[in-house]
Design a protein around this ligand. Structure first.
Ligand code: FAD
Length: 497
């Protein structure tokens, strides 16, 4: 065992966005010993020790991930700080309706009003800030004007202020990605009651008599069992259900197919995977736009996008939104273009999909990646496809505005509205906001994995605190919601322990 001979008061499994919040907040009490276990490396508090690509907020890194050459929807970080180290640094908030959905299954502490102090705490601790003037490219400025031209009103994207256009809050300063490890652990690292154990991959929990007895970890090929009074699983939407299933907690039939003896039959584990699909509609930048973007890049302030529109498709309830429309222009997300040439276009993302996917084990071996089926556009009623098509109509109208048209024209080929369902499916991308695979639910919900206090059904001293417990995806980028939920649950757990 690592740590004190008697073990820890709390072990946090997974040092991502939620894990960093938990470790920092729970170790504020000097009488509580906390161990934070993370599979990836810990690059420490000194920015100079971090890989430059991970700190570069002007691009999405492909470093420090679980699988280097996997399809985009599988990308997730493997590093202390989690996916905040590789993400787009955008922070937005969901609608009142999103929180009402959560409160219906988890109780009153999940309403927007009850979460507000925790949202504010997360904004402050992460140092989230508004987009500085110099970071707007001519394209972003034109896109703001285009949204106004279409009749959208300007809104605050950090609150549930309704549909409209605006700018996200950022966790990036002067081009440097500010991740959750910096924000939450820099000060906490000095605490003698906090142990950070990086390079330690969780294999499984040993469960007996309805309690976790210990957690098996692989630390550089050495197998150890760590023990604690309480265990907090924070391995993310793909990692947490995988750890549970390897521990014998999950759909019994599935566990048997991979040779795992079921301890607790919880059919909801690994089901209900919800992510936001979208389509990028490319445009052809004019020479003027290319030149303006090149000048911006030479100044060091070129960001592919600094604004978004919360829009309502035709199926969306009043006063809400079910689409994010993202106009982008800059270096391509994937691949390269010759110097001085850039990619431009507008994406439409389905923010409240009804389709559901799955996370399943391919093997009981923790070194084997789980099977992840995002289930994009698989809902029987065709709701998600219809919302996507509504979004593409808005994209088309936006591209035709007086503000954007002079900067980029249509590319040759079919306009997005004429694409067949099959072609649209072939062009699908993800907004990278997967949630829901260990969903919170009411006591009578057979697919519930945790209750409103994040306690795992049937296991006394185990909770899950990460994106996986959100039963539905908010109409938002998920980092800020996960930070706020982790703040709220840390407060609850700290008080309860
Ligand atoms: C490419 C990309 C871009 C994104 N862009 C944005 C954005 O711009 N804005 C936004 O709001 N959200 C964005 N997100 C989503 C956001 O980052 C996530 O919602 C958030 O990180 C979820 O937090 P989490 O704690 O649930 O999981 P994570 O932050 O992913 O943390 C999980 C942690 O658990 C660790 N772990 C997993 N399995 C094990 C194991 N067996 N043993 C030990 N450790 C383990 C992982 O290594 C990881 O550090 C993006 C995500 C990705 C992947």
């Amino acid at each position: 065992m690592t740590g004190t001979p008697a073990g820890y008061d709390v072990i946090v499994l997974g040092g991502g966005v939620a894990g960093c919040v938990l470790a920092a907040r729970l170790s504020e009490d000097p009488d509580r010993t906390v161990c934070l276990v993370e599979a990836g490396p810990d690059f420490g508090p000194d920015r100079q020790d971090w890989p430059a690509k991970v700190l570069n907020a002007r691009a999405l890194p492909r470093e420090e991930v679980w699988e280097r050459h996997a399809p985009a929807h599988r990308i997730r970080a493997r590093v202390l700080g989690g996916s905040s180290c590789i993400n787009g640094c955008w922070n937005t908030w969901g609608s009142e309706a999103d929180h009402a959905e959560w409160a219906r299954t988890g109780g009153p502490r999940w309403t927007a009003a009850a979460l507000e102090p925790y949202r504010l705490a997360a904004v402050e601790q992460m140092g989230l800030r508004r987009v500085p003037e110099r970071e707007f490219s001519p394209w972003s400025r034109a896109a703001l004007a285009a949204a106004a031209e279409l009749g959208f009103r300007e809104v605050d994207m950090g609150t549930p202020s309704g549909p409209g256009y605006g700018t996200p809050l950022l966790n990036a300063f002067d081009g440097v990605r500010h991740n959750a490890a910096f924000a939450y652990l820099d000060a906490a690292r000095a605490r003698p009651n906090l142990t950070v154990l990086a390079g330690a991959a969780v294999d499984r929990l040993d469960i007996g008599d309805g309690r976790v007895r210990g957690v098996r970890v692989d630390i550089g090929g050495r197998h150890e069992t760590l023990v604690a009074d309480a265990y907090l699983l924070a391995c993310g939407t793909f990692g947490s259900p995988a750890v549970l299933m390897r521990s014998g907690v999950g759909p019994a039939d599935h566990l048997r197919t991979v040779g795992i003896r079921p301890e607790i039959d919880l059919p909801g584990v690994g089901s209900n995977l919800t992510d936001q699909p979208g389509v990028f509609v490319p445009l052809a930048p004019t020479d003027e736009l290319n030149a303006a973007l090149a000048a911006k890049e030479a100044d060091g302030d070129l960001y592919v996008s600094r604004m978004l529109v919360r829009a309502a498709g035709e199926l969306c309830p009043d006063d809400s939104w079910d689409l994010h429309i993202l106009p982008v222009a800059g270096p391509p997300l994937f691949g390269k273009l010759p110097p001085g040439r850039y990619e431009a276009g507008i994406s439409a993302f389905v923010m409240k999909p009804t389709s559901r996917g799955t996370v399943r084990l391919a093997s009981a071996d923790p070194a084997t990646a789980p099977e992840i089926d995002p289930g994009f556009l698989t809902d029987e009623g065709g709701h998600d496809l219809a919302v996507l098509r509504s979004g593409l109509e808005i994209v088309e109208r936006m591209a035709a505005t007086a503000a954007l048209k002079p900067l980029a024209g249509p590319v040759r080929g079919h306009p997005a509205r004429d694409l067949s369902d099959q072609d649209l499916r072939g062009r699908l991308g993800t907004y990278w906001h997967p949630v829901g695979t260990c969903a919170m639910g009411a006591p009578d919900d057979p697919l519930a994995v945790v209750d409103g206090e994040a306690r795992v059904r049937g296991v006394a001293n185990l909770r899950i605190v990460d994106a996986s417990v959100l039963p539905t995806v908010p109409a938002a980028n998920t980092q800020l919601p996960v930070l706020a939920v982790a703040e709220m649950l840390a407060d609850l757990i700290g008080g309860a322990a």
